[in-house]
Structure formats: C-alpha cells, structure tokens
Design a protein around this ligand. Structure first.
Ligand code: PLP
Ligand code: SF4
Length: 338
C-alpha cells in the first residue's frame, strides 16, 4: 500500500497494531490537513458539523483517501461536507425507530425471532452517512455493563429470539476480553441459535482482525456476509458493485444486502433514487453468478422493517399461463400446475 506523508515514517509495527491506529485517530482539521488537501468547503464543514456528528478516522482509512480528489469515494464517506447541515423535513433523527422499539436499553426487538444488541457506541471511523449518528460517537450514550446485562437478560428471558445481531457503533472497537464477555454470555443462552457480529473494521481498521481473533472466528465456524449501503457517487454503479461482489466471493464473503440509504437527518446528498438499486440488481441477475446478486432492501421509516425490491420478470398471466421476460429481455411462457 502506498502510504503518504505523514504516514510513511510510521514504523510497520505501530501501523499494523489496531490499538495504535485507534489511539492515533485523526480527529481535527489540523491533523487531517497534513495528509489530505482539503477544499474550502471541507474546512468549513469540519468546523460547523462537529456539533451534529463527530469527525474521526483512522490513519489507515485516511491513507486510502486520494489527497487531491475531492470526489474520492473513501474521502466522501469520512470527511464531513456542508450538505450534512441540510436537513429535510422528512428526514429523521432515528429513521428506523430503533430507540422506540427497545424493550430494554441497548436492544431493539422488532422482528419475531431476532434482536439487535448495541454493544458499543464507538467506531474507528465515523461514517458520514451513519444512520445511528444520533448516538454513535457520544461517549455518554455508550452502554454500561449493567445495561448490557439487562439486554442479555432480555434475550435469555425471550425464547422466541433465536438470532442476535451484535452491533453498535462497532462492536470490534471493544477489546477482545470485553467482546469475549458479551459473546460468551450470549452463547450460554440455549435457545439462541445464531450470533451475528456487525462490524465495519475490515474496511476501516483491518488491523483489528488480528491473527488471534481470526483464528477464533474461524474456529467458531463464522461465515462472512457483506452489507453495503448504496451511496450516491460512491458505489451506485453496476460495474462497481459487480467488481466488489466478485472480490467478496473470491474472499469467501457473501454479498448479502444492498441497503437503500436511510432517511437520516443531513444525508440527502448520499441518497440515490430507489430505481438505481433496482437497476443494479437487475444488471447482475443472469449476467453473473447468482451468489454475486445481493438482496436490495429498503428499511422502512418508523420501524416498518426491511422490504426487498427487484426487477419484475413476471410480465403478466393468463389463467395458469405466466408470461416472463428473462435477463436478456426475451419472453417465455410458463404453465403452472393445477
Ligand atoms: C436488519 C435488522 C435485523 C436483521 O435483519 P435480517 O434481515 O435478518 O438480516 C434485525 N433487527 C433489526 C432491528 C434490524 O434492523
Ligand atoms: S461503523 Fe456503522 S455505526 Fe459506526 S459510524 Fe459507521 S455506519 Fe455508523
């Protein structure tokens, strides 16, 4: 990797140490301007957006930014823009009503058989499109051990929950021992079949996946899935998504979801038309491995939950005779049984 000044002088041992990366996060204009040529707009945004959502990025993630390109996709995800101050009437602070569907603090229980646990409110990089920016980065909102006890006790007392998503913030910003504590306590619940760990560290702080952690996860039989948020000007092109998904499959990671960006306050500059997502999945179906075709979903405001969208291949029906078009646009009849 091409490390730019001021990172090129950092010893390899430090650079590869996640705790070093975490401790040396870039948190202000002065530090950031050492490695990125900031635009006037970014300089202003770094100052004015601080009250709305903190800025922080790891040296590693910053080193991926093209220092000269204001539209660099990594940069747009990490560096504030003035558009964040533009809040639409329809945008919400808590777009998925996660904080209202909380039977106990730090746990959202919306679907019948699964629940979402917030294990940390810290993240290595604060993604500018974050749908939890209302609480992420705010040290006062981080769950105390007692609150986590309560959330875990709720799972224990609710036999219908067979799947828990450990999320945050980024749960991998916890130390191995704190993470171990949470996972061990969840694992001890007999009716809990699946534990998922929702993290962005493979992207923002890959050093966090230490040899020891990787071995542990592999021994535990973990499977990997990718959830990508569709972002305007960043990953909203079919060829980009196809290349990403092929890369993921080569690395044994399932492209699971493409999320339509949630209507979070101050993120309208990131949102694409829904049609873009439909077209992306349509351009994959048939043209590449079915495994490379994720579900495109919209998580409905006010806690409606996720719904999937796809191109309509069924064109019509006449009794039991169905009229389909295929991925190439050719038409085929199919007769149902009776
Ligand atoms: C997304 C989500 C889940 C998990 O949904 P899956 O479709 O099973 O991946 C669970 N709980 C909440 C509140 C969610 O938002
Ligand atoms: S890692 Fe997730 S929770 Fe953290 S800032 Fe990014 S999107 Fe938000």
């Amino acid at each position: 990797m091409n490390r730019r000044s001021p990172f090129d002088r950092i010893p390899e041992r430090d650079w590869n140490d996640w705790q070093w990366q975490q401790a040396h996060r870039i948190r202000d204009l002065a530090e950031l301007s050492l490695s990125v040529e900031l635009t006037d707009e970014e300089v202003e945004a770094l100052d004015t957006s601080a009250d709305v959502f903190a800025f922080a990025t790891t040296p590693y993630y910053t080193s991926l930014i093209d220092p000269e390109d204001p539209n660099c996709p990594v940069r747009r995800q990490a560096i504030p823009s003035l558009a964040e101050l533009n809040v639409l009437d329809s945008e919400l602070e808590d777009p998925l009503a996660e904080d209202t569907h909380m039977p106990v603090p730090n746990l959202t229980h919306r679907y019948p058989d699964r629940a979402l646990l917030y294990a940390s409110h810290n993240c290595p990089v604060y993604c500018r499109h974050c749908n939890r920016k209302r609480k992420v980065a705010d040290p006062k909102s981080a769950p105390s051990r007692g609150e986590l006890d309560e959330a875990i006790a709720y799972v224990q007392a609710t036999p219908s929950i067979r799947d828990v998503l450990v999320s945050g913030g980024d749960p991998l910003s916890l130390s191995d021992s704190r993470l171990d504590d949470v996972l061990t306590r969840l694992r001890a619940i007999p009716h809990l079949e699946i534990i998922r760990l929702a993290t962005r560290t493979p992207v923002t702080l890959p050093q966090r996946i230490t040899e020891a952690l990787a071995e542990r996860l592999a021994d535990a039989g973990c499977v990997l899935s990718n959830q990508m948020v569709l972002l305007k000007g960043i990953n909203d092109r079919a060829d980009v998504v196809r290349e990403l998904n092929h890369w993921l499959l080569r690395h044994r990671c399932r492209p699971y979801y493409i999320f339509q960006a949630d209507a979070v306050q101050g993120t309208s500059h990131f949102r694409t038309p829904v049609e873009t997502g439909v077209q992306i999945v349509e351009s994959l179906r048939g043209w590449t491995s079915g495994l490379a075709v994720p579900h495109y979903v919209v998580d409905l405001p006010h806690g409606g939950g996720k719904v999937s969208l796809q191109a309509d291949f069924l064109q019509g029906r006449d009794g039991r005779m169905l009229d389909f078009r295929n991925y190439r646009g050719e038409r085929f009849d199919y007769e149902e049984g009776f």
